[in-house]
Unconditional design. Sequence first.
Length: 222
Amino acid sequence: MKTIAIIEDDKLLNEALSRMLTKAGYETLGAHTLREGQSLISRLPDLMIIDINLPDGEGTELCRQAREYSTIPVLFLTARDEEQDMIEAFDLGADDYLVKPFPMPVLLKHVEAILRRTAGEEEGSLYRGLKIRPDRKQVLRDGEEIRLSAREYALLELLARNRGKVVTKTMILEQVWDADGSFVEENTVNVTLNRLKKKIEPDPANPVYIRNVFGLGYTFGE
């Protein structure tokens, strides 16, 4: 089931959108402020419907943050039909734009079109320009391929699959080195991780992808 996040400060409209989308077979997540919307980004909804005018900030800022985190499609709602607003929205990567008031069936058709279009994109985890394509065992950063060894790729895929969670060295040994794990020295994990960081991090001294969690293990992303 596809999940749609609705960030709209008008509570009646928020509830109406949620009911309509639920009836259409979607799961919904609701928020009424920019701050609440920020907390939904990490839940990776299939689509975010964002009101441009939020009580604590601009919805365009939420779109920008969502784009930094992942490739979540965004549909903007606004009471303004100014050309500059539309241009700014699309420059930030918005997938669509609807001016209030609008018929609910029209919004549903826009939602269906966006999800249909984005479903056709290549699968793969994307975070801050880093894309992992499991079907090809391929890693790209900002569109350029990064050559990894089989062990380095397996390690990165494990970390990305558990994005935001701590992955311990024991887990790494069991899932990346498999049955050989009991014979691998702990330093081997450190060496492989350091090689991986040098290849994927723009600045290995200040990593944005893989971070150490002191005394526990490692985490990918925020």
